[in-house]
Design a protein around this ligand. Sequence first.
Ligand code: SF4
Length: 488
Amino acid sequence: MLCLTGGTATRPTRTLNWYCKRTTIQPTGGAGMEDVLLLNGREQFVRQKGERHQTLPISCGAESVAGCVSQRACVYCGARVVLNPVADALHLVHGPIGCASYTWDIRGSLNSGESLYREGFSTDLRERDIIFGGETKLAAALDELIVKYRPPVVFVYSTCVVGIIGDDLDAVCKAAAEKYGIPVLPVQSSGFVGSKSIGYQTACDVLFNLIEPPKKTMILRKRPVINYLGDFNLAGEAWIVKSYLKKMGVDVNVVFTGDSRYEEIRRAATADLNIIQCAGSMFYLAQKLEDAYRIPFLQVSFLGVEDTAESLRKIARFFDESAIIRKTEEVIATELHRVTPEIAQYRTALAGKKAAVYVGGGFKAISLIRQFREIGMEVVMVGTQTGRREDYEIIGDIACDGTIILDDANPAELEKFMLTQGADLLVGGVKERPLAYKLGIAFVDHNHDRKHPLAGFDGAVNFAREVYTTVCSPVWSAVKGGVSRGDL
Ligand code: SF4
């Protein structure tokens, strides 16, 4: 789909990559994959693990290569993913109506009572607003919405066109905050100012500004209290993790941001520890909280049996209290006893199958490599939208020889490597689903569209069951027999 052969004098070839060239994928050791079509400029973002287990010198965290159809979402999307689960907030998108479609309906997140965050609000900027400015319309929208819904906090997202016409979001939000006595926070998220990672960072800055310094008086607690960062409670995952922690004797102060409330966010600085599930979106906030309030943080993962057990032990070790350590082992033993037999059944059926992984953050990719091993499958392609260098180093260490590793992939690369690597399954998000289906390859959604939790011990069973159900479905033999895969 991306090969437009031969740049010509009339094409802007200095900035766009109009043609592909055959490239040898650089391995970390051993032989490379010969003659793979890659767009110009993509060579440094794709690697194949070789035989000597060297650290992968892969490029990441860079702007997408011009001319590629990046699978990454925009800055506004990144900010929205992080902030939208704040359930009692009013979320107003300042821009054309199309940007506002990126709302709760397609970025689902469960909550325990509030529903305001599920409403989609937009200033619906039209041509006239673009020419004469949208500030008056924004102020009017804030007046109408704040009077009607009485939210404790408002987030106002800027979009591409607002960044271009230069509406003074800060000034309009400040005036509304003074008028109504509530925080009205500008989220400077014009889509073109960077990648989705910048949106995460912008949202973290907004959240950090809501957090109040802890009061000087000593807080006497019977149980330690933690903040849980980087879980958006897409299908109730935050509730599962909270239930383990409760049994261990650890209380959760606030989840950033699944099923969270304004008042909970304000008191985040009182926690004893921050744990981070999604490092791509929340590592920055954890660092800020450590710098400002000396709250230490731990990277955890509740994806897969092995990682869930190890993460619970990590938290218990941090507090180093015999009662917590004992209860943690009890929780793990009980859960393992319950889930292991069912997972073992799927493992037998799935032994030897191959998986391809393309997800948002690096830590999810790392956990998935381990989780597929738990169910007898090998990951043969793994990539992320926003993985960090440290993430790729771990991926390079734990991936099997021959695994294709790629950052900020485009559809052509994903399709190509799913086929050349012989994947039976792709794990990804909504944008990757059709890529797999049209190739006759099974697909598992590990993003915001799913309706069942994939975290914790129950999530591990759900994951294994879903992988088994789709990979072993008889439909694939029928599809593969009848559909040409084309010349990719
Ligand atoms: S790229 Fe710009 S126009 Fe597109 S959704 Fe993002 S903010 Fe809106």
